[in-house]
Write a protein of this length. Structure first.
Length: 471
C-alpha cells in the first residue's frame, strides 16, 4: 500500500477541511512599515533563490493536475507551510514574517491577490506570534510530515536553462515524478524572492482510484457552488465542530439579490462576527450592532489594472473547496444520501488513522456532512438547507442610504513605475473601508500625507489618500 503517498494527501485533506472557515477573503495582518525588499539578504544565485520554493511547490501540487489549484487558499498555504519547513531543514529560521508571507505569495502568484490563511488553521497547524510589532507565522503541524515525506520521496532538484527548476520525486513504486517550474526575474520585490513563478509543468496525478459512483469530483464541486445551492434551497447553514466543541456557525443566503454570508465564531465564547455581502467582506469591530463603538471593517484590494473578479469566484466556491481532489470510493447509499471517501479507500485512510467521510444528498449532491477522525482529534462539518438565515443585524446598513468612500492611491508596480489611481466605493454608514495591496500601505486624510487617518462612523462621505512609499 502507498502509505507515504497517502500521508501527503491526508494532510492536504485535513487542511482543506479546515479551510475557509470565515466567510470572506480578508488579508491577514498587514505589514506596517517594512518594505518587501529590505528585510532579508538577497540570495547569491538562481538556485538559492528558487530551490526552496520549487521543493514546496512539488509537495504542495503533488495531487493536483492543474496549476489553477494554487489559487486555492488550502493549496497555497500548504505550499507556504512546506517552504517554511524547507527553510528550517536547511538551517534557517522556519518562521515567516507577514512581510515575507506577502512577498512569498507574490512570488508564487505574481498576478494574483493576496489570499488569507484559512482561519481554522491558526492555533493548530499554524501559530502566530507578535515579534517587534510584526506577526511571525510558524508551521508546527507541518514539520513531522515534511520530514517523513522528504525522506520517502527524496526530492532531487536541477536548474535548467537559467530560468527553470526540475524537481524529481521518487514515489513508493520507485517511479520518478517530474515537476518543472519556470521563473522570471522580478526586481521589484527583491529580497529573498527576486524571481516569480511564471508557469509549471505537472506530472499526471498518480494513484487515482476509478470512481465507483455516477458522479465525480467536478460534478461535486459544481453542485456545491453557492449559486447552485441557493438556487435550490434558498439558504445554507454551516456548522463546524472540533472534538465535539462548536467553533462556528454561518448562514449563506441572498439579500437584495446579492449572495451574503454571516458567520458567528463561538469557540472560547468570543461570539465574533464576520460576513460577506456581494463582493465585499467584513469583520464586526468594537461590539455587537447598535452598541457604542461598533462598526464593520471591510478590505478592498487595489488592482492596478482593473477591479478584480477573483473574490466573487473564490466566494462562490467556498464550500466546493472543502472537497478533496480525487475519485469517489467506498460508496454507500442510505436514506437518500451517498457517503464516500475521496481519492483513497477506507482501508488506506484507516491505515493512516484519518477517516474523512463525505455525505451528500443523493438527488442534488449537496454536502450534508464531512467527518474526519485523526489520532485523538475529530472534526465535523454539518450543512443544513432551507432554514431562515440569521444575520445578527450586521447587514442592516445596506438598507439605509450608502456613503461614498474615495481612495486616492499612489502605488508602484513591479518595475517601480508610479501608478496613480482613484477609486470610489459605496458602503454602509457603519463600515470602514480599508484598501490593501501586496505591498504595505500608509493612509492619510490629505494629499500631502500629513493628516493621519482615523476612522469614525460619523465621517459621512470622505476621501483617503494611500501610498506604498515608505519613509
Amino acid at each position: 500500500m502507498k502509505t507515504k503517498r497517502a500521508l501527503s494527501l491526508i494532510l492536504c485533506a485535513v487542511l482543506i477541511l479546515g479551510a475557509l472557515s470565515a466567510c470572506g477573503n480578508k488579508p491577514a495582518e498587514k505589514p506596517e512599515e517594512t518594505s518587501l525588499s529590505d528585510s532579508v539578504e538577497r540570495p547569491e544565485s538562481f538556485e538559492d533563490a528558487v530551490f526552496g520554493i520549487s521543493t514546496a511547490l512539488a509537495l504542495g501540487m503533488r495531487f493536483f493536475d492543474d496549476p489553477s489549484y494554487l489559487d486555492s487558499a488550502s493549496v497555497l498555504w500548504n505550499t507556504i507551510g512546506w517552504f517554511s519547513c524547507w527553510r528550517e531543514a536547511n538551517g534557517e529560521d522556519g518562521g515567516l514574517t507577514t512581510t515575507q508571507v506577502y512577498a512569498l505569495q507574490h512570488a508564487l502568484r505574481a498576478s494574483g491577490e493576496y489570499v488569507p490563511i484559512p482561519d481554522n488553521w491558526v492555533g493548530s497547524s499554524v501559530t502566530t506570534e507578535d515579534k517587534g510589532g510584526e506577526i511571525v507565522w510558524s508551521f508546527p503541524g507541518f514539520t513531522q510530515n515534511y520530514k517523513e515525506m522528504t525522506e520517502a520521496l527524496k526530492p532531487s532538484l536541477t536548474a535548467l536553462d537559467g530560468d527553470k527548476v526540475k524537481v524529481v520525486l521518487t514515489n513508493e513504486d520507485g517511479e520518478n515524478e517530474e515537476y518543472v517550474f519556470t521563473f522570471e526575474k522580478d526586481e521589484a520585490v527583491g529580497g529573498e524572492f527576486p524571481y516569480v513563478l511564471k508557469e509549471m509543468s505537472l506530472p499526471e496525478v498518480q494513484g487515482a482510484t476509478e470512481s465507483e459512483a455516477n458522479f465525480d469530483y467536478e460534478m461535486l464541486r459544481e453542485a456545491n457552488t453557492l449559486e447552485n445551492l441557493l438556487n435550490i434551497y434558498g439558504s445554507v447553514k454551516e456548522e463546524y465542530y472540533f472534538n465535539g466543541e462548536k467553533n462556528y456557525e454561518k448562514y449563506f443566503f441572498r439579500k437584495n439579490g446579492e449572495i451574503a454570508c454571516v458567520a458567528k465564531f463561538t469557540q472560547g465564547g468570543t461570539g465574533s462576527l464576520d460576513g460577506v455581502y456581494g463582493s465585499r467582506d467584513f469583520t464586526l469591530m468594537g461590539g455587537m450592532p447598535g452598541e457604542p463603538g461598533a462598526y464593520l471593517c471591510s478590505y478592498e484590494y487595489l488592482d492596478l489594472e482593473s477591479d478584480s473578479e477573483s473574490f466573487s469566484y473564490f466566494f462562490n466556491y467556498t464550500i466546493s473547496e472543502m472537497i478533496v481532489y480525487g475519485a469517489v470510493t467506498d460508496l454507500e447509499e442510505k436514506d437518500g444520501t451517498y457517503s464516500f471517501y475521496m481519492g483513497r479507500s477506507e482501508e488506506e485512510y484507516y491505515e493512516e488513522n484519518l477517516v474523512p467521510v463525505y455525505t451528500v444528498d443523493k438527488g442534488t449532491l449537496a454536502i450534508k456532512e464531512i467527518v474526519a477522525d485523526m489520532d485523538d482529534d475529530s472534526s465535523r462539518t454539518v450543512f443544513t438547507y432551507g432554514e431562515e438565515p440569521v444575520d445578527y443585524g450586521v447587514l442592516d446598513g445596506w438598507d439605509r442610504p450608502l456613503r461614498k468612500v474615495t481612495v486616492v492611491a499612489e502605488l508602484h508596480d513591479d518595475n517601480f513605475n508610479t501608478v496613480n489611481l482613484t477609486r470610489t466605493y459605496e458602503v454602509p454608514d457603519n463600515m470602514e473601508l480599508l484598501p490593501y495591496y501586496y505591498k504595505p500601505l500608509n493612509m492619510y486624510f490629505n494629499p500631502g500625507y500629513t493628516e493621519t487617518y482615523e476612522y469614525s462612523n460619523d465621517l459621512g462621505d470622505y476621501t483617503i489618500y494611500v501610498t506604498d512609499a515608505m519613509g
